[in-house]
Design a protein around this ligand. Sequence first.
Ligand SMILES: N=CN[C@@H](CCC(=O)O)C(=O)O
Ligand SMILES: [Zn+2]
Length: 409
Amino acid sequence: MKLITNIYQLLVTGEYDKPLCGKEMGAMPYIENAYLVIDEDCIYEYGIMDDLHPIAVDEVIDATGQIVLPMWCDSHTHLVFATTREDEFVDRIKGLSYQEIAAKGGGILNSARKLQAMSEDELYKDALERLSQCIKTGTGAIEIKTGYGLTVASELKMLRVIKRLSTAVDIPVKATLLAAHAIPERHKQNRAAYIDEIVNEMIPAFTKESLVDFIDIFCETGYFTVAEMDTIVNAGKAHGLKPKVHVNQFTSIGGIQKAIELEALTVDHLEELTEKDIDELKTSNTIPVALPGCSFFLNIPYTPARKIIDSGLSLAVATDYNPGSSPSSSMNFIVSQACINLKMTPAEAIVAATINGAFAMDVAKETGSITKGKKANLIITKPLPSYNAIPYHFGQHQIDEVIVNGEVL
Ligand SMILES: N=CN[C@@H](CCC(=O)O)C(=O)O
Ligand SMILES: [Zn+2]
């Protein structure tokens, strides 16, 4: 057993059976002057220091002046990729848009060509390095998408890499099939043939091997239509996959309405959001997910988080870590972005990046809050004046120690 004493602020405490919504997010539960006991890999108990009773432990960590919170839950990443895309970054600085770069064969198709040429072992080695860095900087659960394979063999290669990552690290890793990320070159003249490949080859084969948790699609002008989302998501659902979908990044084309009808767990991006979209989200349990790293990097509008939260909806935030639109895995930076550009309070941002992120990737029973019986996946910050200082120090995580599955990293 381990005991953490004198915790200045212990954040996101309590039991949760659904994501925090609207005003609940700003009223993040927390305890001052707290203790927390870890038994093996789980949170055994916690409370205020005045209630700490004699308890036999192997190790005591004194957290005077320090803040303890659940590790970040990054519910949207593309962490498995072949190489970075700095050339496109420079093209954009010179004036080309993300869509223009994609139209001339760059973007997702560029990443796919490189990934197709790479061996599974190389891909795994690089991805593990990235994932280890995520964990060191406080990410305690992660979702990883395919979508740079775009052939049966290469999408399978990506899923195998994700499976290997999930057994190599001590945090929950969820796999999402995003074969519908872009229409590959070979199917440009016959997109129906690619949809057919996804529905009739990939989904049945990959689910049979238990390699996938979620089904995704990039529903966007120039990528996939709402009708194609209906086909692919229904095929995924028939094989037990929950939908988590990319919608409204550049245009609002009805993807949200369809995602709600398909009972999607999450709708991600939402940089372009109409009042109608918000009203419809209010009728559903679908969780909106904002990806401010993408808005920052591509210089596109930010998801209207204030409108979403003030409408009483829930919101999660995630990195969207990928080589094209958000090449950073820093959840600390995302929490800062949530405050600075999404106009969320630090409490709302921390909730969005922990418990709400956990619900957005179906791991809330295991992690995302300080709850008895959940995994002891914890961040202990440096001494700070208050939790407001976590996002205040943008780009500089305030971590003193990370505890993963009860072990100090
Ligand atoms: N928008 C679609 N997919 C990724 C970007 C992929 C890429 O550019 O490589 C995203 O979520 O931003
Ligand atoms: Zn994405």
